[in-house]
Design a protein around this ligand. Sequence first.
Ligand SMILES: [Zn+2]
Length: 135
Amino acid sequence: MLRCECGQAFGASSSGSPSCTRCGSSRVRRVRSFDEPSELSEAVALANAPKEVQQEISKRSRDAGSPRVGGKPTPSQMLAMMKEATSEDGTLSLESLQQRLDAAGVDEPSASHLVGLAEVEGELLRSGPNTWVWL
Ligand SMILES: [Zn+2]
């Protein structure tokens, strides 16, 4: 993404000398690079939007991006977070689950409480001091 001295943000191909889409000035600087054209167009729209809209858009994309559950998650959300916190070798550690819960803004239940429940229900089996495996 490029930004002109006039404040206009726009996308441009990496080749050639870019000029502003609003005033035509070539005194532009590269602000950010994107791998995906869709990310670029979204960033350009965001950069050119009024402040209130920017806040709304960034709030919305934050909501969509990382599942911020907050409050009390549903059983299926809790299960999904436990699965996400499971490492590639199939073990779930208390630490990784707590990090996942923190990232989702979940205060209750705690990771140890969740793991304890899953243990009682026969879904998890303790495999170490702070690790569990799925059954
Ligand atoms: Zn310009």
